[in-house]
Design a protein around this ligand. Sequence first.
Ligand SMILES: CC(=O)SCCNC(=O)CCNC(=O)[C@H](O)C(C)(C)COP(=O)(O)OP(=O)(O)OC[C@H]1O[C@@H](n2cnc3c(N)ncnc32)[C@H](O)[C@@H]1OP(=O)(O)O
Ligand SMILES: CC(=O)C(=O)O
Ligand SMILES: [Mg+2]
Length: 361
Amino acid sequence: MRSAKDFFRPLAVGAPAPPREVPFRPSRMIHFFDPGNEKMAAKVPALAPQVDVLLGNLEDAVAADRKEAARAGLVSVARATDFGATQLWTRVNSLDSPWALDDLVTLVTEIGDKLDVVMVPKVEGAHDIHYVDRLLAQLEARAGLRRPILVHAILETAAGVAAVEEIAAASPRMQGISLGPADLAASRRMKTTRVGGGHPGYLVREDPPPTFGGGTPSDAPRVTYQQDLWHYTIARMVDACAAHDILPYYGPFGDIQDVTACEDQFRNAFLLGCVGAWSLHPVQIDIAKRVFSPAPEDVAWARQVIEAMGDGTGAVMIDGKMQDDATFKQCQVVVGLADALAERDPQLAASYAAADKVARR
Ligand SMILES: CC(=O)SCCNC(=O)CCNC(=O)[C@H](O)C(C)(C)COP(=O)(O)OP(=O)(O)OC[C@H]1O[C@@H](n2cnc3c(N)ncnc32)[C@H](O)[C@@H]1OP(=O)(O)O
Ligand SMILES: CC(=O)C(=O)O
Ligand SMILES: [Mg+2]
């Protein structure tokens, strides 16, 4: 085991020093595209200013006979596009596949200076991150890169969920973790065939009406409430990420046409602590933007609490609600996120300013 002192030393001679902090860059949506699909790749320059992250996907959803074309397509798109402040990520093939090694070698060598984050699928434990960590350091050194490429893990195996804390802590390169509900469902032998979201069979039912004195049970209909299949895993992932100062994300929502359920799933994840989700289709971009940007009235309220709390200690009442050191910290989370997003998104900045003005009247 490496000593704690070695944690921030480069893993190869000549590689850039690992980051000491994960930079918080807005990443409300990680927009997936298939770089081997010419029609989709042609949309990248126009999409770049509309999204926080563009991700060239090489893994699942790219057919086996299109893997090389996707890899080559990503190299040309990355070279030809000015991404501005938008991040460029890739999802490489899984580490046990015939393509992962060439994905990493080619991408770091050819476009390592443009790549911000490598997403690693089907991570089962810290050992997978250690392998990628060392290989990236070797490739960065050889390519003469000055900035370390960060690593993002997908939580999509039962073993990965069991080891989520050690995965989050595995390397200073760890940027974040996304939930992968489709592979995770298969790995756990869950019986849903959906990509994320709820399931009508996963529910609780209200009690039957009481039969005082042992009368015949009523067959009146009883209300049912659909439950969230992903609550436990998202909450575990958020805790692991927060404990290690990296960022948690909801992953994909596969029912592209059901924009309402997509928004609900994204919002549940946002409220539980996630900073973003994947967009698989252009229609999901604005949903993620809306959901993962704190609402203007919530930001205005949070600013009011922070102002009223002064140095952040003690207790005050605002509109009948008690505020103290803990609510001060909750409000700092909301305002900190809003300020970071407003820097990137002038329209959002204007709506925050307008709501603040109204709240101060
Ligand atoms: C479980 C997991 O691993 S999830 C991650 C892996 N999956 C993915 O990455 C899927 C990415 N998305 C896609 O491949 C596609 O959106 C699909 C297959 C789901 C649907 O594609 P289509 O049937 O073409 O959708 P649709 O007809 O609505 O597309 C409308 C337009 O948007 C374009 N488009 C669709 N998805 C995207 C995208 N992700 N990025 C950019 N453009 C897109 C289409 O090319 C089409 O363009 P056009 O109007 O110029 O013809
Ligand atoms: C996100 C992903 O890869 C999955 O759900 O399997
Ligand atoms: Mg998967």
